[in-house]
Design a protein around this ligand. Structure first.
Ligand code: NAD
Length: 300
């Protein structure tokens, strides 16, 4: 099948593009290289350096007529979304609408979307959050990701929405939602002392990128909205200790002030994905961290 992957020069979607190509699909990548890197691009993919909000996107659809659109291009920085909500909405909402309209016009059969379970549920009363948890985003980024979901649900297109927890792994950028792993590992490799914001008791649900890739393979066959995470909470302090062991780092972390507006705890219930998508993570945190650290060492 011909699959158009947006954001395919970025962290998550470059890994997805690689897997789709390995499975024998024809992959077309659209990325404006705002945050993505050319070296992440699979050489077997056709690449268009195009902005998803631009008029030029129509030419790509006209030429390629993709059977499937896998949409990962986005403004991903929560703090940036607070500084500049207009730009965030332009990329994440209007960019998605542009893709939906073109998908409909050029006969795309299916739309897969990367949403954020970490951002749209906000600070849920009950953890792990399932797909019925009330949507209460705490940032413009969370609002724009959910607005995009609503536009997709309203469209006539078959769709699968994957609500990721905090994704980490190879090609990860320190500024992403699970950026703390790259930040800590890079500091420890330089024998510097990492700084934990606040107490370190804040938790996240860290999912390895290779497990996220598997969910995107399964999403080709199944429709619906699914949380994609591990269902487990890991504190920043635990994460620090795991990395310390892997890297044989001797120094303890220093603590800085907590980040304002940061969610205290988070984890996603993945019962629905297990049952309906027939997906579940296969990498432990330790395995994923070891692979990530090896990759960071080879790409200083
Ligand atoms: N990293 C996480 O933990 C996480 C968690 C939940 C959801 N997500 C979602 O997954 C997707 C991928 O995130 P990532 O962490 O790989 O980020 P990333 O920044 O590495 O990838 C996003 C890509 O989109 C491209 N892009 C940005 N604006 C564009 C535009 N206007 N036109 C074309 N391309 C554009 C960037 O250049 C980049 O290559 C995003 O939609 C993000 O919201 C990520």
């Amino acid at each position: 099948m011909k699959i158009l992957v947006t954001g395919g020069a970025g962290f998550i979607a470059s890994n997805i593009a690689d897997a789709y190509i390995k499975e024998g699909h024809e992959v077309v990548i659209v990325d404006n290289l705002f945050h993505g890197k050319k070296e992440n691009l699979n050489s077997k993919a056709k690449f268009y350096q195009t902005d998803i909000t631009s008029k030029d996107l129509e030419k790509v659809f006209e030429k390629e007529k993709p059977a499937i659109v896998n949409h990962h291009a986005a403004q991903i920085n929560v703090r940036e979304s607070i500084r500049n909500p207009y730009f965030d909405a332009q990329t994440n909402i209007l960019g998605t609408i542009n893709l939906l309209q073109l998908s409909q016009k050029f006969g795309t059969k299916k739309f897969i979307f990367a949403s954020s379970g970490g951002a749209i549920y906000g600070d849920p009363k009950k953890l792990p959050a399932n797909e019925e948890t009330p949507i209460k985003p705490l940032s413009p980024y969370g609002i724009s990701k959910h607005a995009a979901e609503l536009f997709i649900q309203q469209s006539q297109l078959n769709h699968t929405i994957l609500r990721y927890s905090n994704v980490y792994g190879i090609r990860q950028d320190p500024s992403g939602e699970a950026g703390v792993i790259a930040v800590f590992a890079e500091k420890m490799l330089k024998k510097e002392t990492p700084i934990i914001n606040g107490s370190g008791e804040q938790t996240r649900d860290y999912i390895y990128v290779k497990d996220v890739v598997q969910a995107n393979l399964k999403a080709l066959e199944k429709e619906g909205t699914f949380n994609i995470g591990t269902g487990k909470e890991t504190s920043v302090q635990q994460l620090f200790q795991e990395l310390k062991k892997i890297l044989n780092h001797k120094k303890e972390a220093q603590h800085g002030p907590p980040i304002k507006g940061e969610v205290e705890r988070n984890s996603l219930d993945i019962t629905k994905a297990k049952k309906e998508l027939k997906w579940e993570p296969t990498h432990t945190l330790n395995q994923g961290l070891k692979e990530t650290v090896e990759w960071i060492k080879q790409h200083p």
